[in-house]
Ligand binder design. Structure first.
Ligand code: IFM
Length: 467
C-alpha cells in the first residue's frame, strides 16, 4: 500500500443512478393458470402445449403458478423485496377471447385488481400487451403471417389503454417479436409450431406493424405522460474469428435477428442486406405503402432482454432452423464459459456489448433491461431453504455490466429480473426454474430463494458490491 492509498476511500459498491427502476418480470401464460376461467379461451400456447410431443413432459399452462388466484400474495412478495416496478403481460384471450369485438369484463377486472394491488404496494405497473399468447381464433384465420392480425392487435391495445390507462404509465407493445416470428413460424419450437421461412418473415413484418399501430392506438388513448415501449431480445453476436467469412456470417444473422426489428422501428426501413439475403424466399411485396411509417411511430424507450451471447461462423446449420434461410453458410457454436440449466453460457460481456451498441446507434432512446436472469436446478433443502449461489453470481455479473454501461454513457433507466416466480418455461415446461421465488408446483407454496434476499439488499442499497 502506498501512502496515497491510505487516504483514498475504497470504492466498495457500484451505485446506480437515483431513480433507477428495480423490477421483476413475468408473463401471463407462464404464471397465471386459470386457463379456462372467466371467459378466457385458448391461446396458441394452450393448443401447442396440449399437442403431444411439443412441450417437455406434456406440461401446460393450465395451472402454472396459479397466479390468477394468488395474485395478492405475489404482489405482497414483491412489496417485501422492495421492487419499484413490476413488468407483467396481459393475456389477450382473457380480455378479448376471439381476438375481436368487445372486451370480457371479468378478464379486464383481473388486471384492474392487479394494478390496484400494485399501486397500493407502491409498485409501478409496467404492462406488456403481447407475450406470445395469441388468441387461437386469430391463428385459425392466419396468425401473424396475416396482416389482419396486426389490425386486431391495435384494437386490443385501445381496449387495454382505455381500461388501465389512468393507472398504468408504462406500456410495452410486444415482448421478443423475434421469438414469436422465428420460433413460432420458422422452426416451430414455439407455438403455433409452424415451419415456413416465408411465414416467419411475414410474421416479423406484421409484428412490427402491430407494434407501430398499437403504439399509435396507445398514444391516442393514454395521457401524454405515458411511456410507450417495445421489448426486443437483441442477439449479442460474436464472430468465431475475425475472418471476412465469419464477419459476414455475423452480418447475415444480425440482419435477421436484430436489424429486422431495429430498422423498421427506429429508421422506418428494412435492411437492404436482409432483402438481398432473403430474395430466394420473398420479394417482401407484403410490405405495403405506409407500413414503414407506421412501424417507426416514435416510442419513449426500448426494452432489451438478454441472457447469453451467440457465436457464429461461416459454415452450415442443420435445418429446420429459425433463421428464415438467411443462415445459409452460417454455423452456430457454443460460447465458452460456465452454463446455466438452459445450457446457456454465463457471459455478462454480451449485455455490455448490446447496451453500448445501442448507445452508439440509437443515442436518444432510453433503455430498460426488461429481462435478465438464469435457470438453475433449484430445490428446497430439508430445512426448506433454497440456496442458489450461481444465480446470485449471474445477477451480480450482469448488474455489474449494466453499471459499467451506465458509467460509459448508456442511458439505462431500469433492470427487471426474470423472473419473480418459477414458471412455465415454454417448450421446457416446468423443468427450468428462473424464479427468485421457488414454487412447489404440487402445493403452490412460494419460498424466497437466497437470490431474492440478495436482490432485496441490492434494491435497498441501489448498488451491487464491487468484486
Ligand atoms: O421465459 C422466457 C420469457 O418468456 C421470454 N424471455 C426469455 C425467458 C427465458 O427463456
Amino acid at each position: 500500500m502506498t501512502a496515497l492509498d491510505a487516504f483514498t476511500p475504497k470504492v466498495t459498491e457500484l451505485r446506480f443512478p437515483s431513480g433507477f427502476r428495480w423490477g421483476t418480470a413475468t408473463a401471463a401464460y407462464q404464471i397465471e393458470g386459470a386457463a379456462s376461467e372467466d371467459g378466457r379461451t385458448p391461446s396458441i400456447w394452450d393448443t401447442f402445449s396440449r399437442t403431444p410431443g411439443k412441450v417437455h413432459h406434456g406440461d401446460t399452462g393450465d395451472i402454472a403458478a396459479d397466479h390468477y388466484h394468488r395474485m395478492p400474495e405475489d404482489v405482497a412478495l414483491m412489496r417485501r423485496l422492495g421492487v419499484t416496478d413490476y413488468r407483467f403481460s396481459v393475456a389477450w384471450p382473457r380480455v378479448q377471447p376471439t381476438g375481436r369485438g368487445p372486451a370480457v369484463q371479468k378478464g379486464l377486472d383481473f388486471y384492474r385488481r392487479l394494478v390496484d394491488e400494485l399501486l397500493k404496494a407502491g409498485i409501478r405497473p409496467v404492462a406488456t400487451l403481447y407475450h406470445w399468447d395469441l388468441p387461437q381464433e386469430l391463428e385459425n384465420t392466419g396468425g401473424w403471417p396475416q396482416r389482419e392480425t396486426a389490425q386486431r392487435f391495435a384494437e386490443y391495445a385501445t381496449i387495454m389503454a382505455e381500461a388501465l390507462g389512468d393507472r398504468v404509465a408504462t406500456w410495452t407493445t410486444l415482448n421478443e417479436p423475434w421469438c414469436a416470428a422465428f420460433l413460432g413460424y420458422g422452426n416451430g419450437v414455439h407455438a403455433p409450431g409452424r415451419t415456413s421461412n416465408l411465414g416467419s418473415l411475414r410474421a416479423a413484418h406484421h409484428l412490427n406493424l402491430a407494434h407501430g399501430w398499437a403504439a399509435q392506438a396507445l398514444r391516442a388513448a393514454l395521457p401524454d405522460t405515458a411511456e410507450v415501449s417495445l421489448t426486443l431480445n437483441l442477439h449479442a453476436l460474436r464472430p468465431l474469428t475475425p475472418s471476412a467469412e465469419d464477419l459476414d456470417a455475423v452480418r447475415r444473422i444480425d440482419a435477421v435477428a436484430n436489424r429486422i426489428f431495429l430498422d423498421p422501428v427506429f429508421r422506418g426501413r428494412l435492411p437492404d442486406d436482409l432483402i438481398r439475403d432473403t430474395a430466394g424466399i420473398t420479394d417482401w411485396s407484403f410490405v405495403q405503402g405506409g407500413d414503414l411509417t407506421a412501424t417507426s411511430t416514435p416510442i419513449d424507450s426500448l426494452g432489451i432482454n438478454y441472457y447469453a451471447p451467440t457465436v457464429v461462423a461461416a459454415g452450415e446449420t442443420e435445418s429446420p432452423s429459425p433463421w428464415a434461410g438467411a443462415e445459409h453458410h452460417v454455423r452456430f457454436l457454443p460460447a465458452p464459459g460456465p452454463r446455466t440449466a438452459m445450457d446457456w453460457p454465463v457471459d455478462a460481456g454480451g449485455l455490455y456489448e448490446l447496451l453500448t451498441r445501442l448507445r452508439d446507434e440509437l443515442p436518444h432512446i432510453p433503455l430498460l433491461v426488461t429481462e435478465n436472469g438464469a435457470a438453475y436446478h433449484d430445490y428446497a433443502d430439508p430445512s426448506g431453504h433454497v440456496h442458489d449461489p450461481e444465480r446470485i453470481a449471474y445477477l451480480h455479473s450482469h448488474l455489474t455490466a449494466v453499471h459499467q454501461a451506465i458509467q460509459d454513457g448508456v442511458d439505462v433507466r431500469g433492470y427487471f429480473l426474470w423472473s419473480l416466480l418459477d414458471n412455465f418455461e415454454w417448450a421446457y415446461g416446468y423443468s427450468k426454474r428462473f424464479g427468485i421465488v421457488h414454487v412447489d408446483f404440487a402445493t403452490q407454496r412460494r419460498t424466497l430463494k437466497d437470490s431474492a434476499a440478495w436482490y432485496e439488499q441490492t434494491i435497498a442499497r441501489n448498488a451491487v458490491k464491487k468484486r
